[in-house]
Design a protein around this ligand. Structure first.
Ligand code: UD1
Ligand code: CA
Length: 450
């Protein structure tokens, strides 16, 4: 059945004590709400509606970066969760299928849990995700009669007997979209908080001849982020689950607890990751690569069998072909490094295309920036760039060409040529010996004079 996601993200998040809307605080270098979206993607949603309020424009901008098709619905006043979901009604006009409501600040709902909710929808009109709470605190309580979920009561409105219930509301609810909005239209705000409660649709469902049930998940999945402390805890949980996932996928992590991932990091099997490696957003690594200690990756791609580091930095647009070697203290940005090409020591390669089988000597710099514009450097195949070459872009060095060490290359080098761009060396016989003598006698005179 077609599915739509409704992601609630209008809350202010006062307890974050921040100018940034809560759902934009990052976990694994992706905004909080992107994690809920990622779980929801298990359902291959046809439409996604993000309900925004506080800082709505900022949230909308970030959402568009993740998926341009996300529809933004605005909740100007936060009148409660039912009111929030109702704001998605226009965006879902004409949509036929199930809608599932997720919270933007609840990042760890598993795909499996969401699929189980979709499955349970076959036998009930409304499906709520519940969990056994170690400390039920102020969560809404699920009132069950066997498999039937008869109603949900908010803590504030609950009797002592109801507060004793430990099966709690996670907030996730699924129903056919048309049914959801039909039920929501009947929700009032005559309760302790004076809010329109989404969970009230359960009781309304039974009153209008429909059915409701609950699916249970582990409490750990329902962890919400309300404070910086919870954000830090959520980051730690995210990192440990990404590490476990990498290990399960056949990646060797020599010291897993020192490796940090982003939500979208992908690493192929039999790749070895040494200690203290950091993956920023947008990194893909193919199989059989070796990522040495203390290296930093962001927006880059590493192909099969390549080696990187130790102490290397791959910045956005760095693309390594198979078996490329990037060594210590090398930075690569917006550059293609050809198959088997070696850039082993103390080098900056930015805005460049380096062909296959080329060797870039120690201390090479692509001078790509003139203070206003960026320019490209092109180096062909099987070329040899001597140590300490400055490649002043825009410049091209042809296939099988060479540059002499210490050259400043400002004009193109044709294929097969040797370019020497440095001052000519002059040797003065015995001058060193005479210089030393002179200096030493000067020093002796000075010391006597004191
Ligand atoms: C809600 C549930 C409660 C459940 C708990 C789980 C209701 C009435 N109560 O309570 O049963 O146990 O979540 O965490 O639904 N939001 C909006 N607009 C609003 C109000 C809320 O977008 O007008 C969003 C918030 O940003 C948040 C989510 O909805 O992502 C939940 O809102 P929150 O105020 O945290 O609900 P709780 O009182 O915790
Ligand atoms: Ca909450």
């Amino acid at each position: 059945m077609a599915t739509a996601l409704i992601l609630l993200a209008a809350g202010q998040g006062t307890r974050m004590n921040s100018d940034l809307p809560k759902v934009l605080h990052p976990i694994g270098n992706a905004p909080l709400f992107a994690h809920a979206l990622a779980s929801g993607s298990a359902l291959e949603p046809e439409r996604t509606v993000l309900v925004v309020g506080h800082g709505g424009d900022l949230v909308a901008t970030e959402a568009a970066k993740i998926d341009e098709e996300i529809v933004i619905a605005r909740q100007e006043e936060q009148l409660g969760t039912a009111h929030a979901v109702l704001q998605a009604k226009d965006a879902l006009a004409g949509f036929e299928g199930d809608a599932i409501v997720l919270y933007g600040d609840t990042p760890f709902i598993s795909e499996d849990t969401i699929l189980r909710m979709a499955e349970a929808r076959k036998s009930a009109d409304v499906v709520v995700l519940g969990f056994e709470a170690a400390d039920p605190a102020r969560y809404g309580r699920l009132v069950m009669e066997g498999d039937r979920l008869t109603r949900i009561v908010e803590y504030k409105d609950a009797t002592e007997a109801e507060r004793a219930i430990t099966f709690c509301n996670s907030g996730l609810i699924a129903a056919e979209a048309s049914v959801l909005f039909e039920l929501l239209d009947q929700v009032g705000n005559d309760n302790a908080a004076g809010e329109y409660y989404l969970p009230d649709i359960v009781e309304i469902a039974w009153k209008t001849g429909r059915t409701a049930t609950a699916v249970a998940c582990d409490e750990s999945e329902t962890l919400g982020v309300n404070t910086r402390t919870e954000l830090a805890r959520a980051e730690a949980i995210f990192q440990s689950s990404k590490r476990a996932e990498a290990l399960d996928n056949g990646v060797t992590l020599m010291a897993p607890e020192t490796v940090f991932f982003s939500l979208d990091t992908y690493i192929g099997r039999d790749t070895v990751v040494e200690p203290n490696v950091i993956f920023g957003p947008g990194v893909t690594v193919e199989s059989g690569a070796r990522l040495r200690a203390f290296s930093h990756f962001e927006g880059c791609h590493v192909s099969m069998g390549a080696t990187v580091g130790p102490f290397a930095r791959l910045r956005p647009g760095a693309e390594l072909a198979n078996n490329a070697h990037i060594g210590n203290f090398v930075e690569v940005k917006n550059a293609l490094i050809g198959e088997g090409t070696k850039v082993n020591h103390l080098t900056y390669i930015g805005d460049a295309d380096i062909g296959d089988g080329t060797n870039i000597g120690a201390g090479t710099i692509t001078c790509n920036y003139d203070g206003v514009f960026k320019h490209r450097t092109v180096v062909g195949r099987n070329a040899f760039i001597g140590s300490n070459t400055m490649l002043v872009a825009p410049v091209t060095v042809g296939d099988e060409a060479m540059t002499a060490s210490g050259s400043v290359i400002t004009t193109n080098v044709e294929p097969g040529a040797l370019a020497i761009g440095r001052a000519k060396q002059v040797n003065k016989p015995m001058l060193a010996v005479r210089m030393f003598e002179k200096l030493k006698s000067l020093k002796a005179k000075k010391q006597k004079g004191q």
